[in-house]
Every structure is written in structure tokens, then in C-alpha cells.
Ligand binder design. Structure first.
Ligand SMILES: [Zn+2]
Length: 206
């Protein structure tokens, strides 16, 4: 039922904005929909494939009804030395470029090089007692927010937080949290085929 609703909604989205802004893929959570432009989904998969340390991107778009629309992303202002395997620290002031569009969210990656036995490059988040970043343990699924991630998102007062957390040739993974949704809700864990012109998000526990 939900899947049918999402597909119908996706087709409607494509009809409304497909020509003007490119294709969108959408996911539904209790707090509403998140629609993500194809260029952003392609870029996340490509970036995830290449990066061994964390990056941070600023997400721009708008809200229409109960839908947060992510139209494009721009890298945050981060010094190379501040991009590390389990954390990224942007410049304290002006981390996101000002544009005429609204800043609506943030995205960062959980690099896979920090998993699979590469423990030396991982380690605990410094000065954050009791919190371990998901990729510190190779047995953990990286598609989750750590406590620092959640705190940063809440403090930002932005609408959406994305963790980019997987890549293979035909399967990329992301975790999406909308403001107001419980953190680490499985409905926000999604996969998609980044080789499609217009990727479709498959979200939830399955
Ligand atoms: Zn994180």
C-alpha cells in the first residue's frame, strides 16, 4: 500500500517538476516526504565510491506541502585535515555557501574504508563519551546516525539530514532523517541503483 502510494506520488512529482528540474526520487516517512533530485543521488554514489574520509555537503531546495525537496548540494567549507575517517569538522563560520535557494539540510558519508578490518584508521569519536560512530564496528550497519550526528542535526534546525552509507555498481545506500522523525528509523534507510538515469528509492526494512 505504501509502496503504491510512493510510486503514484513519484510519478506525480516527475510530471510536475520533471522537465524543469530533472527527475526526483521520493521516500515517505511519518513526518512527510523527502524528494531527492537525480543529480544528487548520482553524486552521492560517486562520492561515496571515492572518499576514504568524511565529507559534508549542504543541501538546498524547498518545501512544498509535506514534501522536503532536495534539488542540489554544495560541499561545506572543510579543511582537508578536518576530513577524517569517522568525523568531519567544517569551518565554524559560514560552513555553507549562501545562495538564493534555501538551505534545507546536510549530508555526510560514513566511509566504508573504516570497516572490514581497517580498524587502525577508525577509532572513537574524540571527546564524546559513550558514543561510538557506526563505522567503528565492522559489524554495524553504517546507515545510521551517531549521537554526534543527531546532536548536530538537531542544533542545525534544518529539515533533513542524510548519511551516505553504501556503494556498489548497482546499489547505493543512504539514510534520511526528516526533522521530527525518530532518529535511526528504518523507514529512512534506502537503496537505489545509481546507474539508472532516474534512480528510484527503495526504503524500509526490506
Ligand atoms: Zn556520521
Amino acid at each position: 500500500m505504501i509502496r503504491r502510494t510512493v510510486i503514484a506520488w513519484f510519478l506525480w512529482m516527475a510530471a510536475c517538476w520533471g522537465n524543469a528540474f530533472g527527475q526526483m526520487a521520493a521516500l515517505r516517512q511519518d513526518t512527510g516526504y523527502t524528494a531527492i533530485a537525480q543529480n544528487v543521488l548520482h553524486d552521492w554514489a560517486l562520492s561515496y565510491r571515492e572518499w576514504h574520509t568524511e565529507w559534508l555537503s549542504c543541501l538546498y531546495g524547498e518545501v512544498r506541502g509535506d514534501t522536503v525537496i532536495i534539488r542540489y548540494s554544495i560541499p561545506a567549507d572543510v579543511k582537508p585535515s578536518h576530513s577524517m575517517p569517522t568525523t568531519v569538522v567544517p569551518q565554524p563560520a559560514g560552513q555553507c555557501v549562501q545562495t538564493t535557494d534555501s538551505l534545507i539540510g546536510l549530508a555526510h558519508n560514513h566511509p566504508q574504508t573504516c570497516r572490514g578490518g581497517n580498524g587502525a584508521a577508525c577509532g572513537f569519536v574524540v571527546n564524546d563519551s559513550g558514543s561510538m560512530h557506526p563505522q567503528d564496528d565492522a559489524n554495524n550497519d553504517p546507515c545510521f546516525e551517531s549521537w554526534p550526528d543527531i546532536r548536530t542535526f538537531v542544533a542545525s534546525r534544518l529539515l533533513v539530514n542524510v548519511v551516505v552509507c553504501g556503494y556498489s555498481f548497482n546499489k547505493a545506500r543512504i539514510y534520511v532523517q526528516q526533522r521530527g522523525a525518530p532518529p535511526n528509523d528504518k523507514s529512512g534507510v534506502c537503496s537505489y541503483d545509481p546507474e539508472l538515469d532516474a534512480p528510484v528509492l527503495k526504503c524500509g526494512k526490506s
